[in-house]
Write a new protein. Structure first.
Length: 81
């Protein structure tokens, strides 16, 4: 699934539409002349049905905690001389 569908969904939510539909996603994508595939939009809408964006983001943040973070940088470069 392309990120543009998720982004369009989130833009609709930010504009005040608590539960955007495929037509809302289509309108946003077509406004910027992006390609639109109804099957992808409908899949996204069906997966998010009955959920709020805040719940989905919170669940995603919990899943990311297991990945750790940061990580050390590479070894320092020795000074020439």
């Amino acid at each position: 699934m392309g990120m543009k569908y998720c982004a369009a969904y989130l833009m609709a939510v930010l504009a005040g539409n608590e539960s955007p539909g495929a037509a809302d996603v289509q309108k946003i994508l077509e406004s910027v002349e992006a390609e639109y595939d109804a099957s992808i939009a409908e899949k996204l809408i069906s997966e998010l049905e009955g959920k709020t964006v805040h719940e989905v983001i919170a669940a995603g943040k919990e899943k990311l905690k297991g990945f750790g973070g940061g990580g050390g940088g590479g070894a320092g470069v020795a000074a020439g001389g």
